[in-house]
Design a protein around this ligand. Structure first.
Ligand code: ADP
Ligand code: ASP
Ligand code: MG
Length: 408
């Protein structure tokens, strides 16, 4: 008998009728002869509302209490789904994160799963019971409830699949698979039958929210067979696989974007050895992630401008840190801009082909879109552009790399 983990996202469990629909999908897997563990998200919108409640009471909420609050949405759906399963004659019970437990580190609001004690679950599965487990939540070594960061139920599901040595981990969501780019923005986006772990990892970390980045990292590490598919339509989804399972490799497999970027320019820096360290050292100490970096010499050849990006939510703090350390780096002024977006093209095919970046630059130039920063790695190229051009850029690149579907 195969062990299967099914994960249902927020829209899939968005109301009671949808929870009944999920129960029927679980029952179908049980009736096909499988042992089934289910991971559920909170009902759509609930986590946002819980976050808003904590912010209303405290702008800078104690992260331990924040986690107590925001983890509750998933507890509700585990109970409701178990009830819905009972109603259609399926033996099931809910297991909260602390009951197993799902052990995490102590970094509240973005904890990492360290280990899942799966013995009780395995015993339940062997008894023929469906185990219903909340996504997103865990337990720290201090015995406190933690959460895994937004979108974290994907990671819960993959971690559970690894712990149970499951044969498959199916991520059920409101799209029928991973697309070449966000189908909500580009109507001509095409569903991929397969994507490599590496590409999926880059897509997720560069902004495609269909899977949480850490879930892909974990699936890659533990070789979990991962599939993204629709809760609402019964058709094959997208398999996340090893590179050698893909026969025809495209040059570019997908395009991702992230609006969660802000650009900082430190203008009129004294251009001397050690100056980059003087700027980035304090930012690193403050735990601020710096991404794209460009430096250019000013016209007089004596000073330089250093431009880089930080997550939008960290912009205020980054500027404060730079002002505080101004004496150590000597600059004229700081220029900040949060109206930028990072657009990235991703594909393992890039490793063996030249001219991929040029095609990107040309497609953007033809639309009159100015590139403000560039960064590349082995299988991706990212550019920073004005946020207003997000959709135009995505569509132009989608066409330029031959990704448009014929259907739309
Ligand atoms: P869930 O609540 O099921 O976890 P999410 O909202 O987290 O669902 O993720 C699904 C959404 O991801 C889709 O509705 C889609 O708009 C978005 N998305 C972004 N990029 C992609 C992509 N490349 N392929 C598919 N979906 C994508
Ligand atoms: N409910 C959590 C969130 O909205 C976790 C998840 O749905 O993956 O971020
Ligand atoms: Mg999600």
């Amino acid at each position: 008998m195969a062990i299967i983990v099914q994960k249902f996202g927020g829209t899939s469990v968005g109301d009671v009728e949808r929870i009944r629909n999920v129960a029927r999908k679980v029952k179908a897997e049980v009736e096909a002869g499988n042992r089934v563990a289910v991971v559920v998200s909170a009902m759509a919108g609930v986590t946002n509302q819980l976050v808003a409640h904590t912010r209303d009471i405290s702008a800078d909420a104690d992260p331990r209490e924040y986690d107590v609050v925001v983890s509750t949405g998933e507890q509700v759906t585990t109970g409701l789904l178990s009830l819905a399963l009972h109603e259609i004659g399926v033996a099931a019970r809910s297991w909260q994160g602390w009951q197993l437990p799902i052990r995490t580190d102590g970094v509240h609001a973005k904890a990492r799963i360290e280990d899942i004690a799966a013995d009780d679950l395995t015993a339940a599965l062997l008894r023929g019971e469906v185990a219903v487990v909340p996504g997103f939540q865990g337990l720290s070594a201090d015995g406190r409830i933690t959460t895994l960061g937004r979108g974290g139920s994907d990671t819960s599901a993959v971690a559970l699949a690894a712990a149970l040595k499951a044969d498959r981990c199916d991520i059920y969501t409101d799209v029928d698979g991973v697309y070449t780019t966000d189908p909500r923005i580009v109507a001509k986006a095409r569903k991929l039958d397969k994507i490599t772990y590496e590409e999926m990892f880059e897509m997720a970390s560069l902004g495609a929210k269909v899977l949480q980045t850490r879930s892909v990292e974990m699936a890659m590490k533990h070789r979990v067979r991962l599939q993204v598919r629709s809760t609402f339509e019964d058709r094959p989804g997208t398999l996340v696989v090893d590179e050698d399972e893909i026969v025809e490799q495209e040059l570019v497999s997908g395009i991702a974007y992230s609006r969660d970027e802000a650009k900082v320019t430190v203008a009129g820096l004294q251009d001397r050895p050690g100056v980059a360290g003087a700027v980035f050292g304090p930012l690193a100490e403050a735990n601020i992630n710096v991404d794209m970096i460009i430096q250019n010499i000013s016209q007089d050849g004596k000073t330089a401008n250093l431009t880089f990006t930080v997550p939008e939510g960290e912009l205020r703090r980054a500027l404060d840190v730079l002002e505080t350390h101004k004496a150590g780096m000597r600059f004229e002024r700081l220029i900040a801009n949060a109206d930028v977006v990072k657009v990235s093209v991703i594909g393992v095919g890039m490793r063996s082909h030249a001219g991929v970046a040029q095609r990107m630059f040309q497609a953007l130039a033809e639309k009159g879109i100015n590139i403000q920063a560039i960064s590349t790695s082995e299988i991706k190229i990212s550019v920073l552009i004005a946020e207003d051009y997000t959709e135009l850029a995505l569509r132009a690149l989608h066409t330029a790399y031959g990704l448009d579907s014929d259907a739309a």
